[in-house]
Design a protein around this ligand. Structure first.
Ligand code: PA5
Ligand code: NI
Length: 194
């Protein structure tokens, strides 16, 4: 752990077999209850919630001082599953300092990075092992797991970027990724901007 005053060069190790950073400072878990109103298939969501508040994704972080010039890095693990036809996914966010970028490197599994700008542009890029996705500044981003195994990605972004979850929580993303005839399909989000 680096406290800001005494930051020194450090290393960390990814245990890809067990989908974790072995010496992480932070381990975040997000469950179905954290995704209220984010899934279009509300009946399916309610039914699943009654049965089990399933674990959807986890994040392991190495902490650094949250100041300009430093980089936060960690591992994101989105578990496999669906709510109705919609795949398990992260909440998604803009960065609080909106023009800060992020790099994602896929290490395991298969997914989609769903992105959009406040001006209405959107992009969806496939994530497969050893492929990186560059998310430019101003682009909100969400990882979607389209496979039946864990989707594991390494992320790196400016330490002072921060997370703005509010905009997405309110408006959602313009596009969602669903399973149609056994395959992933991109659909206009009927809930967008409600
Ligand atoms: O900053 C990032 O983009 C990642 O560290 C994400 O926080 C991580 O993938 C989890 O997604 P979210 O923060 O949208 O819940
Ligand atoms: Ni981010």
């Amino acid at each position: 752990m680096n406290d800001g005053l005494t930051i020194r060069p450090f290393t960390f190790s990814i245990d890809l077999e067990n989908c974790r950073i072995t010496d992480a400072d932070n381990h975040i878990k997000r469950n179905l209850a954290d995704m209220k109103n984010q899934y279009f298939y509300k009946e399916a969501y309610d039914k699943m919630m009654k049965e089990d508040n399933a674990l959807l994704y986890e994040v392991y972080e190495k902490l650094v001082p949250e100041k300009s010039g430093e980089l936060i890095q960690g591992l994101s693990i989105v578990h496999p599953g669906k709510v109705g036809k919609e795949y398990f996914m992260t909440k998604g966010h803009f960065h609080s300092i909106i023009d800060t970028a992020e790099l994602y490197l896929c290490l395991k599994g298969k997914g989609m990075m769903v992105m959009e700008t406040p001006e209405g542009e959107w992009a969806i890029e496939e994530m497969i092992p050893n492929k990186a996705v560059y998310v430019p500044g101003k682009w909100a981003h969400r990882s979607v797991n389209i496979s039946d195994t864990d989707l594991v990605t390494l992320f790196i972004y400016p330490a002072d970027a921060g997370h703005d979850y509010g905009t997405i929580k309110e408006k959602s993303f313009r596009k969602i990724v669903i399973e149609e005839n056994g395959k992933p399909a991109i659909m206009d989000n009927p809930m967008w901007n409600l």
